[in-house]
Design a protein. Sequence first.
Length: 261
Amino acid sequence: MLVSLIADYGTGDPAFSEVIQRLSMALPQAQIHPLSVPPFSTLATGFWIAQLGLNPGPKERLIYHNCAPREDDPQARRDNEGEGLTYALLPGDVKVVGVFAGYTLSFIKYHAKELRRINVSRAGSQFRSRDVFPTAVTAIASGDFSLLGKELRYEEIPDPPSDRIAWIDGYGNIKTTIPDNSVNLKSETKCIIRINDVVSDAIYSDGTFQVPKGTLAFAPGSTGWVDVRSGEQIRFMELFLRGGSAWERFGKPRVNQVVYR
């Protein structure tokens, strides 16, 4: 089984090793791959859950995500209580287990064949993803669904925003949550993009490399999936500075910030 562990511990944080060690006790044959998202970024978490879960992969797959800002209740916490654990089943029988917070389930909510709460403690440890949740994760990975509880309703899950930065990759490309089918421009059309206080000209392109070096492209990127409601392939728009970094061009913005166009 391939297990994708998505969490906001931080790149290279030993917390990943601790959680992987705990999961491996019950799933010794699993291949566990960590993916670090920015602190408290439920948007990036949800985006990558969908990108990994709704695209081709091995038959036996599970995504375990933990990004828990504990923003569901502003009051003081008792016994480190936080948001609860949920289960989703995606097309291809991809299992998704993780904390329900912010946008974590937003990108998959209309794709999921099943959305349920998991009957497991919401408290008991500051490090719940290591000390509390692995029991449920490994049970579900092994085909034991006895901990599944009430169904989640669509209206409980916010829709994903369609105007945000979802990710900045290692090349400085800015991946957005803007679906390509929402952009009504002809190829090579000039447009204006603003992020925070930085404004830049860009060229809309239907192919990222179809712009000269040094030009900022606004083009469908490498992320996306088939929309189960329409059957249409959706790709998300990306800002790409050929020969440079779009992230630096826009003053090094953070994930979740608004992209104005």
